[in-house]
Design a binder for this molecule. Structure first.
Ligand code: PEP
Ligand code: MG
Length: 600
């Protein structure tokens, strides 16, 4: 929604969206083009062949120089075993830029078909991709995506598009884009990017989740931001309210500078509780854990007051790369996470949940699906690509010798799936035992409850696992039939919908009956507005991104379990989500008027 403000001299307006990551940021807009290029194909005359040839060769040289530059920077900034993988990919791409099939054949097409360089490159690229697609050998088959990436890079130079602008972002900017994938977002440098704004997306999309992990304020689902904002515009991004003030007037700017100061000092105050337990004044304790996407975040969740890592989304290990992580890489990564936690703290490693909006570049995962969220993702993908699953399991089990680890399976929808996955885990353990590799033979195995069918049969699933963790992001998405990444239906994403409250109640009572622990690791766990309702449900643990932990801890420490139970009981009596939301918002605002409750 856009509102023009005629009171200021510059063209000023307010763009509304969904507050996805809290905080106030001020800076200049940097427009990032993440759309796929659609270059114009043109017929040329014989006289123009030399010009197009030269233009193409120039673009190839520029692309090569650019890639060499990125390679040098990456090596300098990383310097660990992971960078070797990157190094290898850069080398493959650099070699391709000299490849006869790619370069000479494109030049031939320009000359023979009398078409411009863009068209010739596209035609040639299609031909090579099809050639690789038919390969029997999976390694060679995967090279098709390398060809596509290399061509895209050359194309960006031909059309002078700002392709790798993520690398070129200068300090202090606010990135404005039509969309950012979770993988793109992970590449944003919080030292440089003050905030980001995108046209698409919802609050529980993985792009929003990564923004919160990086502690970058963000507004998503604006629909029109890229149309209304020009590069260089001065912006205020309010990630709490979900608003962007474009070219604010002097008074507006001053008001937001003040709000930013207040918010930052509020956060600084909260962090003082960091080492205290999350315990209500009448003695009910709930564990607060951290969600991480990369090993580097472990330190941050601990410094924000988490007692352990409740969800490690390991699929992020597979993004922004063309090759799959090796067993050794899995092992070293999980070992690093567990060793950077205080002794005795557990890490819950969720086996990779690729699919939906988290797409690995490896061709093996590519699936043409109109409904990727309902497609081959999570444990289904693991069961379909058992060799990849086993590689990860071996890495986890080996690392379990060095610290307390738990295995968590995502997207379980029924008993049979669970039993199949558990059998693979048991077989992998036997294999390691035979090899004499040490590991924790008692490693707990739990599941995410995030598919409605699993919630309904939670009483049957509970006796067969060591713990439940409720993935409310997906559970709500699938129960209410609301795409969590779609801004058009985000108003229907209602965590306090009576159907959700009933399901949560049911899952928790199944866990209690089987005497297993139960937690929530969806974004709902980190929303202050819902804390008392969740406390009332009597969960053992709430797992969330680092920045939410201090706020949730403060709310728990200032409340009683009795009032939380009462609030839940009241909520359960209500008929509609709107009624429950209004009731909970009123009660929470009454109790915590000074807090920055995000507008949901
Ligand atoms: C969830 O679905 O709630 C969850 C924690 O997993 P993800 O957000 O990664 O799908
Ligand atoms: Mg999920």
């Amino acid at each position: 929604m856009i509102m023009a403000d005629n009171n200021t001299q510059t063209l000023s307006c307010v763009v509304s969206g969904i507050g996805a990551s809290p905080g106030i940021a001020i800076g200049r807009a940097f427009l990032l083009d993440r759309g796929k290029l659609k270059p114009r194909g043109e017929k040329i005359s014989s006289d123009q062949v030399a010009f197009e040839t030269e233009r193409f060769l120039e673009a190839v040289t520029d692309a090569r120089l650019e890639l060499e530059d990125i390679k040098a920077k990456t090596l300098k900034s990383k310097g660990n075993e992971v960078s070797e993988q990157h190094n290898y990919i850069f080398d493959v791409h650099l070699l391709m830029m000299k490849d006869k099939m790619l370069i000479d054949d494109t030049l031939l097409l320009i000359k023979e078909k009398k078409i411009n360089a863009e068209w010739a490159l596209n035609l040639n690229c299609e031909k090579i991709v099809n050639f690789f697609k038919q390969m029997q050998d999976s390694y060679l088959r995967e090279r098709q995506s390398d060809v596509a990436h290399v061509s895209e890079r050359i194309l960006r130079h031909l059309t002078k598009s700002d392709y790798d602008s993520i690398d070129k972002i200068s300090r202090g900017v606010i990135v404005v884009a039509h969309d950012l994938s979770p993988a793109d977002t992970l590449q944003l440098n919080p030292q440089k990017v003050n905030a980001f704004v995108i046209d698409l997306g919802g609050r529980t999309s993985h792009t929003a989740i990564v923004a919160r992990s990086l502690e970058i304020p963000a507004v998503v689902g604006t629909e029109y931001a890229t149309e209304k904002i020009n590069g260089g515009d001065r912006l205020v991004v309010d990630g709490i309210e979900g608003k962007i003030i474009v070219n604010p007037g002097r008074e507006q700017l001053a008001a937001y500078q003040e709000k930013k100061k207040q918010y930052n000092s509020f956060q600084a105050h909260l962090i003082l509780n960091r080492d205290l337990p999350a315990e209500t004044t009448d003695g009910f304790r709930v564990a607060l854990a951290g969600n991480i996407e990369t090993p580097e975040e472990t330190e941050s969740v601990i410094s924000h007051g988490a007692s352990n890592v409740g969800l490690y989304r390991t699929e992020f290990l597979y993004l922004n790369r063309q090759t799959l992580p090796s067993e050794e890489e899995h092992f070293l990564t999980y070992k690093k996470v567990t060793e950077s936690l205080p002794q005795g703290s557990a890490t819950t490693i969720r086996t990779f949940d690729l699919g939906a909006d988290k797409i690995a570049e490896s061709e093996r995962f590519h699936e043409d699906s109109v409904n990727p969220a309902l497609g081959l993702r999570g444990v289904r993908l693991c069961l379909n690509h058992q060799e990849i699953f086993v590689t990860q399991l071996r890495g986890i089990l080996k690392a379990s010798h060095y610290g307390k680890l738990k295995i968590m399976l995502p997207m379980i929808s029924g008993l049979q799936e669970l039993r199949r996955a558990r059998k693979i885990i048991e077989d992998t353990k036997l294999e390691l035992e035979r090899e004499g590799v040490p590991f924790d033979s008692e490693i707990p195995v739990g599941i995410m409850i995030e598919v409605p069918s699993a919630a309904v049969i939670s009483d049957q699933l509970a006796p067969e696992v060591d713990f439940f963790s409720i993935g409310t992001n997906d559970l709500i998405q699938y129960t209410l039939a609301i795409d969590r990444s779609n801004e058009h239906v985000s108003y229907l994403y209602e965590p306090l919908h009576p159907a959700i409250l009933r399901l949560l109640n049911q899952i928790i009572s199944s866990a209690r009956q089987a005497e297993i622990t139960v937690s929530i690791c969806g974004e709902m766990a980190g929303e202050p507005l819902y804390t008392l309702v969740l406390l009332g449900l009597g969960l053992d643990k709430l797992s969330m991104n680092a920045i939410s932990i201090p706020h949730i801890k403060q709310i728990v420490r200032q409340s009683t379990f009795v009032e939380a139970r009462e609030m839940l009981q009241e909520a359960l009596k209500m008929d509609t989500a709107v009624e429950v939301e209004a009731y909970v918002a009123k009660e929470m605002n009454k109790r915590f008027p000074e807090t920055f409750l995000m507008k949901i």
